[in-house]
Design a protein around this ligand. Sequence first.
Ligand code: MSP
Length: 474
Amino acid sequence: MPKKFYVTTPIFYANASPHMGHAYAIVLADMIARFHREKGEDVYFLTGTDEHGIKNLRSSENAGKDVIQFLDEQAEKFRALAESLGSSHDQFIRTTDKKIHYPGATAMWEKLSTSGDIYKGEYEGLYCVGCENFKMEKDLVDGKCQDHNTEPERIRQENYFFRLSKYADCIKEAIEKGELSVIPESRKNEILSMLEGGLEDVSFSRPVKDLPLGIPVPGDATQTMYVWCDALTNYISALGYGSGDDQNLKKFWPADLHVIGKDILRFHAALWPGMLLSAGLALPKEILVHGLIMSDGRKMSKTIGNVIDPKDYLETYGMDAFRFYLAHEINPFEDGNFTDEKFKEAYNAYLVNGIGNLASRIMKMASSYLLEPVRINEEIKIPGYLEAFERHDIFSAIHAVSDFSAELDRIITEKTPFKLYKTDPEKAREIVSELVSSLASIARAIRPIMPTSAFVIESAIKENTALPPLFPRK
Ligand code: MSP
């Protein structure tokens, strides 16, 4: 039986229109999902939208729309984005889905309650709607949330709490031992130092009058579940948790990889494991924490108002070039910049003049000189590529491909098979055959990153035909 691989993106708040940051999360997870499919694994890839909470409610009010209609329209935008990015997800979950998600979230709550980890209490605190989270005074700068540049609201109310404090040691141990691996190391250290001081219990519900948009607390119709309690559960409700058919849950849980941004590390590496431990479920195996895409020196965000729309780039340069940029120019483990200038530079240097030109040159010679298609050995012979991809270091993996491609260019310049063909056609054929076989390695290696280009190159190799320019000059 093939190995299973369950990979998820976070579910996106439906309040905003999708931007580069969201596109990055989807593309990163998709490249990993495709890589594992290439390895022959049985992959399940989940993405979707987070549609409850105050943020979504207020946005629908501001848009002057009926909330259901608003959420439907917004979710559609994310679904369309995923599609235009070439996302190969197996499911797109919406937390407003009453058939799939509500039973899962309800079952989770009941399980936590049975474990004795839900209790009623009073809470007073500063709530940042942008983060959908309470903030400590010490987290604020000039009384404002640093991420959203807004003053949090003081909230005092009676609600339910989740006894997260009980699980701090257990979570810490799981992370230290690598049973729950958090990468990169810097993020692992960040969460471990947070866990060092223990964890506080979490306010887990809000009165319905303050938060009508959400899932009702089982057995108490006056309260709505906290949006993060409901949202995190998507990773298992999508597999059938709570809704009767748990075949996928049995097969795919625990998740092999949650891909998340660094701003939601604490929810995934503390709250979520705490909920799973309380519910008696296995912990995810790994959390990949990527950096943020910045614009004007700050996190790109609708709330901040500095977003770049991926659509513009997808329309002008196409899906593959866009995915290439995210892979090649943004190191997943650090913050990265998206600028128009950098995009054009990378497009011209590595695609038009790089892989695109190389593939056309090689296939032009191959289709003119070779008597039959080159037989391709399926292995990828690009030094460093596989090892990097295994570590989810797509940045290094695609750089290995660019270097390999530059090396092939150098070989063509040095051995000049196009000249040699006139005097020694046999030798020229030999060189070109080797080049084609190396090009096949490149095509195979870029399957997870640029699936369309990979397909076009591989088809030309199979048929031994010339290739039109893959990336038109802009
Ligand atoms: N709804 C929550 C996640 C719940 S998961 C159970 C949420 N949504 S979000 O839309 O705000 O963010 C979704 C993902 O997009 C997060 O991983 C976040 O880090 C990522 N990004 C949002 N803006 C980003 C950038 N500017 N750059 C890179 N990724 C960013 O949080």
